[in-house]
Design a protein around this ligand. Sequence first.
Ligand code: ATP
Ligand code: MG
Length: 397
Amino acid sequence: MPAVYPPKYVRNILVTLQSRGHQAFLVGGCTRDMLMGRMPQDWDISTSALPEQVMEIFPNSEPTGLKHGTVTVKVNSHSAEVTTFRSEGSYSDHRHPDMVSFVGDLTTDLSRRDFTMNAIAFSPDGLMADPFNGVSDIEKHLIRAVGLPRLRFEEDALRMFRAVRFSARLDFDIEPETLEAIRLKAPLAVNIAPERIREEIEKTLLSPAPEKVFMLIELGLMDSFLTCRPALINDGGCLRKLPKKALNRWTCFCVLLESCGCIDSIEEFLLKLRLDKRSIKVCRSAARMLMEPDCPNTPVEWKRLLNKYGVDTVSCAAVCGDCLREGCYQKQLKAVLKSGECFSLKHLAVTGNDLAEIGLCGKELGEMLLFLLDYVMEFPQFNKRELLLSLAQGTEE
Ligand code: ATP
Ligand code: MG
């Protein structure tokens, strides 16, 4: 029996569908989570009602995935996805079904689902349907494909990434036959949109066992993004120590990949995975800082880095540096930032206009600003307008 129960609005949706003569069940991740005593992130309902019927019963609903039979039913600030029982046709692109058809029975709907733990249903009366023995697999902490694993991964190659991601999130093992099928079918990963792969990697990186991203590599699922599979897989233990922030974890992952020689360029790797431009910039620069043989040690060195890379990048590098090298970078950086000392032209006590007024212009003016900035990074007590102007005029005492 579940250890967590659905909220009232979800029960109301189920009961309303039932009272209109339709079958309705809680399905997918929420039943798995309920059985495991975890609060589900979202509530999925499967029903025999057709999408138009669902929309008629619940006027406050949106056809969010009509092609697949999904309607989002809204209740005040909450919502639940209601999907018509369906079966899927062939999968010629190894990712999407060529067609879906609505069917009348729950078991057919459950049989299209990826893993046994995700193919359990609860009726509004709390009765359970578990045709693939998902409960037993949950008890054994096992991720097992529904049906023949090879066929299921051939149909949709993304399921292989989902297996690793769930294994990292739930601390489950992948059942041996399912694991073997992943190894065999890993080359089909080339059929998946890189954005979807990136999402799965990121979810794995942000899970309680982020080091399992290396399982993706070891299984061959990331071959098209790497120059080689490393002979010695890093245990990725440091990833776990990082705060659960995507940028920190991507940066550390990239540094580990680069140091074991399986990517040539962090930028190229992240571009291929369609990471957004800002994140790529921060990861690439933070990783570059971390690759430097000399670590920043003095406030002036930190300020030069802050000036060159910006606060976000240096902060990311400091967090990763503490985990990768067991340093105390964050402490040093925090002290520098707290001191309020100048490390950018924005905080310099003179502006370009001030220098123009004393007769400087063009390249000379630009160079003087940089000289003064460098000077106050070294001697923060001299970040004073009059003093810097006299320095610029060459009339300082
Ligand atoms: P999460 O807690 O991450 O949302 P979830 O199991 O709910 O996990 P979803 O991606 O929300 O995962 O999908 C809901 C359900 O739909 C799954 O539990 C599974 O039954 C089914 N499903 C999702 N993606 C696939 C897929 N690629 N192949 C087969 N079934 C899938
Ligand atoms: Mg879900």
